[in-house]
Unconditional design. Structure first.
Lengths: 199, 208
């Protein structure tokens, strides 16, 4: 990191942190720069990691001319920017939606459905296995909204909520820790790399 | 025509992806591979579409000189700089793109997410003021997990890390699993509705 780079990074960090006082022009400047730079980053990355190896090299250097089809579909997608012919973009969109639906149907059924059910149905030979089985069944009961949560069904759903609350609490704890860790990182950068107050 | 063709495309693309999983031989295996690559290419164009839309919106703000148009200039300059430098000079280390990435994007994104620490703290304070059993459970799980992962927790009570681990391994796994199975059921039903043409909202409004 050069000195100029450190100064740029430090000033942008302070611009973002200034939002803790209130919304102000420095924050807005950094916020808009962040959006622009992030969008540009994705453009460059997509060009180098997706378009060059999957489209330009196979089409122009290896003669894989069938790739003209996705190229045309891609151009059709861009017609969305022009309202009069925007309907043409439905064709590539339909392809994307169809492929995604077909792919996720199998993947989710396999990894999020069947594998999780198999791992839940373990022998009840430990407290952990029993807790997991009860937690999954009651949690799923809570997600079943086609029946009113009353009586035994309602009480089972209530136990499901308790398990879900523990899960949310754990996730919340991890999120807070991750954010605090980032904050410590930024403070360390300001005090060490920029100001040189700590080593 | 404008709605039927997309529905047919969706049906064919979705069905081939499903069949290819069960019958990985030709022609389905090859088609699955092809479709996956085509998907990446079209998705890249969808990204260009999004960038085009961003340029259109902020370009309008600048040309009309509406409130805060100067920030739109900043956004477009950032976008242009990263895109041009990245495409023109590459994205490897010691390129101008990498310099901007290291000195602008990383500090900006890290600080933006670090800022959330303060808002999460204030939001959780408000949430935890609801004195119900569920809120207490959430708070207790969060505190135990947080303390169990730092040296202070071990100092307060040596068994705290083990308790945190137990919560993460069993009740947390159970809750996560219930959510995952619920999501899987939702994705399967939504995907079927899309492939069969029952769900058509992705085509947008209008009858044509």
């Amino acid at each position: 990191m050069t000195t100029l780079g450190v100064w740029i990074a430090a000033l942008l960090t302070l611009c973002i942190l200034s939002f803790l006082y209130k919304d102000n022009p420095f924050y807005k400047f950094a916020e808009h720069l962040f959006v622009g730079v992030s969008a540009g980053y994705v453009v460059a990355l997509t060009y180098h990691n997706t378009l060059i190896p999957n489209l330009f090299v196979p089409l122009l250097k290896q003669g894989d001319y069938i790739l003209i089809i996705p190229l045309i579909l891609g151009i059709m997608m861009l017609l969305r920017l022009f309202p009069k012919v925007g309907w043409i973009s439905r064709w590539p969109l339909a392809f994307i939606v169809g492929v995604t639906a077909g792919f996720w149907l199998i993947t989710y059924l396999q990894s999020n459905g069947l594998v999780q059910i198999r791992e839940t149905l373990r022998p009840f030979n430990s407290l952990g296995n029993i807790v997991i089985a009860i937690g999954v069944l009651t949690g799923l009961t809570y997600f079943f909204f086609s029946k009113e949560h009353k009586g035994v069904f309602g009480k089972t759903a209530k136990v499901g909520i308790w398990f879900l609350m523990v899960t949310f609490g754990a996730s919340f704890g991890y999120t807070v820790m991750a954010r605090i860790s980032l904050l410590i990182g930024r403070m360390h950068f300001l005090l060490s790399d920029w100001l040189g107050l700590i080593k | 025509m404008r709605r039927q063709v997309p529905l047919i495309i969706t049906f064919i693309a979705g069905t081939i992806m499903i069949i290819a999983y069960f019958i990985p031989r030709e022609p389905f295996g090859g088609l699955r591979q092809r479709f996956s690559v085509w998907f990446l290419i079209i998705a890249a164009f969808a990204l260009i579409l999004g960038i085009g839309n961003l340029i259109k919106i902020h370009g309008k703000r600048i040309s009309r000189q509406s409130a805060g148009w100067g920030y739109s200039v900043v956004l477009l300059v950032g976008l242009a700089a990263m895109s041009v430098l990245g495409i023109g000079w590459g994205i490897e280390r010691s390129t101008p793109f990498h310099y901007l990435f290291w000195n602008m994007q990383i500090p900006l994104s890290a600080t933006m997410f670090a800022l959330l620490a303060f808002f999460v703290a204030s939001a959780s304070y408000r949430a935890f003021r609801i004195r119900s059993f569920e809120a207490t459970l959430l708070l207790a799980a969060a505190v135990v997990v947080m303390l169990g992962r730092v040296p202070l927790g071990n100092l307060l009570w040596p068994r705290l890390p083990a308790v945190a681990n137990w919560i993460m391994t069993f009740p947390n796994t159970a809750g996560q699993r219930a959510i995952m199975i619920g999501i899987a059921l939702g994705v399967v039903s939504s995907s079927l509705r899309i492939i069969l043409g029952i769900e058509r909202t992705y085509l947008g409004g209008g009858q044509q």
